[in-house]
Ligand binder design. Structure first.
Ligand code: SAM
Length: 335
C-alpha cells in the first residue's frame, strides 16, 4: 500500500469511527463520570455509584483517557497497582456540571435528540425534510411545539443547552457592534434569557425584554429565575402572530436558521414594522452638523444607510462602515 493510500485508509477509518468517539463523550456525561471522579478517584467507585459493570466502566474510563477527557495515574496499592482516574483541564472546565462554562446539557441534548435524528439522515436527504416525527413519533409541523411537548425535563434541558453556548460565545457576539446606542432591546425567541443577561451586563443602560412562546417564558421563570437586579423582562407570544413590542434593537440569535425563507421574510417584515426608526434621529452632534451644512452649503450630514444607498446606486459594493471613536465615521466601499 502506498503512503497516500495508507493515509486515505486511516482517514476513512477515523471518519467511520467518529460516532464512537461522540458516544464515549455522551455516555460519560450521561453517567455523570466527570462529577463523580471529582469526588471518587477509581473505576470501581464510579461503577458502583451508577450501578454499572466495573469492567465496562474501566473500558469507558480508559477510552476517556485516550481522548484526553480523563487522566490516569497508577498508584501502588497493598498487592498491586491501583488505577486513579481524574479530570483533565478540558473536563473540569466543560464537562463538570458545577463549572460555570459547563457544556453538559448541550452534550446531553445532542446525545438524546440530535444523535437520534442523525440516525435518519438518509431519509432526511431523500425527503429533504427533518426527521422529528420518524425519530420521536411527534409531528414537527411546529418544530418547537414538538420539542417542548416531549416532556418538561426535555424542555428545561433544551433551554439549558442553548444557555450554555452563550456562556462561551455571548460576549464576542454582543461586543462586535456597539449596542449602547440602543436603549430598548427585544431578544426575539430569547429562550431562558442567557444572551439578554449578558447584554445587560455589557450595556447596563439598555432595557431588555425576552419574547418567547408562553411555555418557554413559564419555564424560564420557574427554572432559570433571573434575579430582580438583572432587570430583564419577559413577554409571552408567538412572533409570527402576536404583536411585537416596539424596540430600538431586535436580537434574533439562532432564530432565522430554524425557518424556511418565506417564514424568515414574514418575521423580518414584522420586526421592521415594530422597529423604532433609530439613526435618523442620531446623536445631537450629527443634528447640529447638519444644520451647520444647511446654513453654509447645499449639503447635509448623512446616516450610514443614506451613504450606503448613494454608494450602491453609483455601483459600489462591499460597503463597510465603522465608528472611529472620534467625531468622524469611516466608510469603505469597493468597485
Ligand atoms: C434555536 S432557539 C434559540 C434561542 C436563543 N435565541 C438562543 O440563541 O439561545 C429558538 C427559540 O425561538 C423560540 N421560538 C420558536 N418559535 C417561536 C414563535 N413562534 N414565537 C416566539 N418564539 C419562538 C423557541 O422557543 C426558542 O427559544
Amino acid at each position: 500500500m502506498s503512503s497516500s493510500e495508507d493515509h486515505c485508509y486511516r482517514l476513512l477509518t477515523d471518519y467511520a469511527n467518529g460516532f464512537m468517539v461522540s458516544q464515549v463523550l455522551f455516555v460519560a456525561c450521561e453517567l455523570g463520570v466527570f462529577d463523580l471522579l471529582a469526588e471518587a478517584p477509581g473505576p470501581l467507585a464510579v461503577a458502583a455509584a451508577v450501578g454499572a459493570s466495573s469492567h465496562a466502566m474501566e473500558c469507558l474510563l480508559d477510552s476517556c483517557v485516550s481522548l484526553k477527557l480523563l487522566k490516569l495515574e497508577m498508584r501502588g496499592g497493598q498487592d498491586e497497582d491501583m488505577a486513579f482516574y481524574g479530570n483533565t483541564e478540558m473536563s473540569r472546565v466543560y464537562l463538570s456540571r458545577v463549572s460555570p462554562t459547563s457544556q453538559c446539557s448541550m452534550l446531553l441534548y445532542m446525545a438524546r435528540t440530535t444523535y437520534h435524528c442523525w440516525g435518519h439522515l438518509a431519509q432526511a436527504v431523500r425527503e429533504g425534510k427533518n426527521q422529528y416525527l420518524r425519530t420521536f413519533g411527534v409531528p414537527a409541523e411546529e418544530l418547537f411545539t414538538a420539542i417542548y411537548s416531549r416532556s418538561e425535563g426535555e424542555q428545561v434541558q433544551f433551554m439549558q443547552a442553548l444557555w450554555e453556548v452563550w456562556s462561551m460565545h455571548g460576549r464576542s457576539v454582543l461586543t462586535v457592534f456597539d449596542l449602547s446606542l440602543f436603549p430598548l432591546v427585544c431578544d426575539l425567541g430569547g429562550g431562558a434569557g442567557a444572551l439578554a443577561k449578558q447584554c445587560r451586563c455589557l450595556y447596563p443602560r439598555c432595557h431588555i425584554t425576552v419574547f418567547d412562546l408562553p411555555e418557554v417564558v413559564r419555564t424560564a421563570e420557574e427554572h432559570f429565575s433571573l434575579s430582580e437586579e438583572e432587570q430583564i423582562g419577559f413577554q409571552e407570544g408567538d412572533f409570527f402572530k402576536d404583536r411585537l413590542l416596539e424596540a430600538d434593537l431586535y436580537i434574533l440569535a439562532r432564530i432565522l436558521h430554524d425557518w424556511v425563507d418565506g417564514k424568515c421574510s414574514q418575521l423580518l417584515e414584522r420586526v421592521y414594522q415594530s422597529c423604532k426608526p433609530g439613526e435618523r434621529w442620531g446623536p445631537l452632534l450629527m443634528q447640529l452638523y447638519s444644520l451647520n451644512m444647511l446654513v453654509q452649503t447645499e449639503g447635509q450630514e448623512r446616516t450610514p444607510s443614506h451613504y450606503h444607498a448613494l454608494l450602491s446606486s453609483a455601483g459600489f459594493r462591499d460597503f463597510q462602515f465603522k465608528k472611529t471613536g472620534v467625531i468622524y465615521y469611516a466608510i469603505v466601499a469597493r468597485k
